[in-house]
Design a protein around this ligand. Structure first.
Ligand code: BES
Ligand code: MN
Ligand code: ZN
Length: 484
């Protein structure tokens, strides 16, 4: 769906069109007197008495071409509740015949900062559709005209837009099927983000071999496509101060490898690169809004395939860190890709912190479903910042345990460690415990297991189903509130 938003400084001149107004929690409409005709006003005030009090948005049919939509705003409404109202409003207006809408921002009496900005943000986020491969696309354009003074500043408009574009970019990447977005194509697409001012380095197999990134390379070796580590840099401070680092799992398709997955739902594994897509989307957002921060994005891009050259269960490989890993199950591949990416990021950039994101375990879906991502961290301060940012933008995280007692489950007889826990239990924690072994210099680190969050079959508050882009707004908020 195409949403066009026009800000108009002039006063509202009673357009004979679809109108949207914000009212208080009691649906007091006295502030609308000047904005609508006397007959419309008495029509609305009569009907409003019999309203369904549970509803926050009420539509009045003035004529077949004209609706008046009232959106009720509580006194202590949060930004994310306003965004949800925008999304609900989008669901109403997308069904209406006429797609021109007029908002009078001057009727807003509630003392809410940036109400219009968050409302429109919700509309835009909800309106995203992935229709690239549909012959019959939704052709509808929706025009929203906002009058009056209560509109976001130019700076806030840039910020909202940057976050939307980053989220949409992540959703686009996650939505692409495995035959299109294989590692070769993915690396090219990231490279094209140079035009936004990001510095991009693409390490191909030859370079990775030289560096000794054998746990990453082992995952991709059964594929006819290449394996890559791609590094994105945003130097918003124009100085050399320590960057923030974000690392993402980019398994373009996860068949499980020789430890092959069952056929049912294997198609879902096109989204096994969602962690990397969040990192790419975030970096794009930071560049678009010219964030005053230094940040690094590192993604490991591979395809996990069975084949004549594929990695075998029982193989022992030496990681970039020097530690050796016995591969007991080739389907526990994400941690192998991240292991090398994390050690490299820590060693090369000495960042303030590392946050990694991955669709790492099915077990996190068992524990947290699609409400919270699993957070595993060696640092209380970073954890608190992530939890707070998550509550704020409704991309929530729940902290899960790390403990050295879990280590015995991944210690190997034949190598320094093994990539799965054979005894069973605590599947997400043992995966995180594995990753922690590749932080060598006590850098504050957080791992977000987003397996339950990256894709939504039925849609959520701010997405209409499919790729959610979960994580882009969370990390933007983390940065904005604590590091800019
Ligand atoms: N990509 C999967 C995890 C996953 C499962 C993501 C479902 C999204 C939805 C990961 O690579 C995997 O296969 N994990 C295994 C680990 C096991 C072999 C120790 C799992 O969770 O079953
Ligand atoms: Mn797997
Ligand atoms: Zn995987």
């Amino acid at each position: 769906m195409n949403i066009k938003i026009n800000f108009k400084k002039q006063v509202f001149n009673r357009p004979n069109e679809n109108l949207i107004f914000f009212v208080d929690e009691n649906f007091n409409i006295s502030s609308l007197k000047k904005s609508i005709s006397n007959s419309d006003y008495s029509y609305v005030s009569d009907l409003i008495k019999t309203r369904d009090t549970k509803k926050k948005i009420i539509t009045f049919n003035i004529s077949s071409k004209k609706k008046i939509i009232l959106v009720s705003i509580n006194k202590n409404i949060t930004n994310s509740e306003i965004e949800n109202l925008g999304a609900d409003c989008y669901n109403i207006i997308k069904e209406l015949k006429k797609s021109n809408f007029f908002i009078n921002s001057d009727t807003i009496i509630q003392n809410t900062k940036n109400l219009v900005g968050h409302f429109l943000h919700g509309i835009r986020l909800k309106s995203y559709l992935f229709e690239k491969y549909k012959s019959n696309k939704t052709k509808k354009n929706i025009d929203i005209n906002i009058f009056g003074k209560n509109i976001p500043t130019t700076k806030d408009q840039v910020k909202f837009n940057a976050i939307e574009e980053g989220t949409f970019y992540a959703r686009d990447l996650v939505s692409e099927p495995g035959n299109v977005l294989h590692p070769d194509e993915y690396a090219k697409r990231i490279n094209s983000l140079k035009k936004f001012g990001l510095k991009i380095n693409v390490y191909d197999e030859k370079k990775l071999k030289k560096l000794g990134m054998n746990t990453l390379l082992g995952v991709g070796q059964g594929s006819t496509r290449g394996s890559y580590l791609v590094i994105m840099e945003w130097n918003g401070l124009r100085n050399k101060s320590k960057p923030l680092a974000f690392v993402g799992k980019g398994v373009c398709f996860d068949t499980g490898g020789i430890s092959l997955k069952p056929a049912k739902f294997m198609e879902d594994m096109t989204y096994d690169m969602a962690g990397s897509a969040v990192v790419v989307g975030l970096m794009k957002s930071l560049a678009l809004r010219k964030a005053k921060v230094n940040a690094i994005g590192v993604v490991g891009l591979v395809e996990n395939m069975p084949g004549g050259n594929a990695q075998r269960p029982g193989d022992i490989v030496k990681s970039y860190s020097g530690k050796t890993v016995e591969i007991l199950n080739t389907d526990a591949e994400g941690r192998l890709v991240l292991a090398d990416a994390i050690t490299y990021t820590e060693k090369k950039f000495k960042p303030k912190f590392i946050v990694d994101l991955a669709t790492l375990t099915g077990a996190i879906i068992v524990s947290l479903g699609s409400e919270y991502a699993g957070l595993f961290s060696n640092d209380d301060k970073l954890s608190k910042q992530l939890i707070d940012a998550g509550e704020n933008v409704e991309e929530k995280v729940w902290r899960m345990p790390l403990n050295k007692n879990y280590d015995k489950l991944i210690d190997s007889k034949n190598a320094d460690m093994q990539n799965i826990n054979y005894i069973g239990g605590a599947g997400s924690t043992t995966a995180a415990q594995f990753l922690q072994r590749f932080i060598l210099n006590k850098t504050p680190w957080a791992h977000l297991d987003i397996a339950g969050m990256a894709f939504s079959k039925y849609g959520g508050a701010l997405n209409s189903g499919g790729a959610t882009g979960y994580g882009v707004r969370l990390l933007n908020k983390l940065i904005e509130d604590n590091y800019e």
